[in-house]
Design a binder for this molecule. Structure first.
Ligand code: CTP
Ligand code: MG
Ligand code: K
Length: 179
């Protein structure tokens, strides 16, 4: 049970931190350059080059740290934790950012302004993006690390973690909305 839950969260960590790092690093030029589609912004001012680049870089850097720490932490817990080859690291971190960007595209098409909530999509967009890009960049690693049981754990636990961390970021005053 510990191996299942700890392994699932460990494997997802490089996908969890990019969005939070982007909140801290955001600002500057929006990716869509102000372009609109059907009267609404393509992505909106909340998706910037700097936030995306810094978020991805922090996620990859964390994966490399976790890769080095996996044997020792696994030993201490008495379980086996996955390491992160660089292609898996990039897939998870960049995929998380792209999933979040894709969600903003969907939100703008459905008439939601920047910052509007979209329950479900907000909490899982980056999970879907991370797993898909990891599958594309590191198929063997992804299929062996993300067993169906671990994906199930991730789908259940991630929304709770996401609401928790965003609530804290809102309370600290670094995020505009608690979702
Ligand atoms: N951010 C960024 N670049 C990204 C993702 C996030 O710069 N690729 C920063 C922005 O400052 C953004 C903040 O992180 O406002 C919070 O991210 P998020 O909640 O995803 O964006 P929203 O502003 O809520 O916009 P949207 O409605 O499009 O999700
Ligand atoms: Mg938001
Ligand atoms: K979001």
């Amino acid at each position: 049970m510990l191996e299942l839950i700890a392994g699932a969260l460990w494997a997802m960590l490089p996908a969890y931190v990019p969005n939070n790092a982007a909140v801290l690093a955001g600002g500057g030029r929006p990716i869509d350059g102000g372009r609109t589609l059907g009267g609404a912004r393509l992505l909106g001012d909340g998706k910037t080059w700097r936030g995306t680049a810094v978020g991805t870089a922090i996620g990859v850097a964390l994966a490399l740290v976790l890769d080095a720490a996996a044997p020792a932490v696994g030993d201490a817990l008495g379980i086996t934790l996955p390491g992160f080859p660089i292609n898996a690291a990039v897939g998870l971190a960049l995929g998380a950012m792209l999933g979040d960007i894709g969600a903003s595209f969907v939100k703008r098409r459905s008439g939601r302004e920047r910052g509007a909530a979209f329950p479900g999509l907000d909490q899982l967009d980056f999970v879907v993006g991370a797993l898909l890009l990891a599958l594309l960049f590191a198929p063997d690693w992804t299929l062996s690390v993300f067993t169906l049981a671990r994906v199930a754990v991730v789908v259940v636990v991630t929304p709770l973690l996401h609401l928790g961390t965003n609530g804290i970021a809102y309370w600290l005053g670094v995020k505009d909305e608690p979702w």
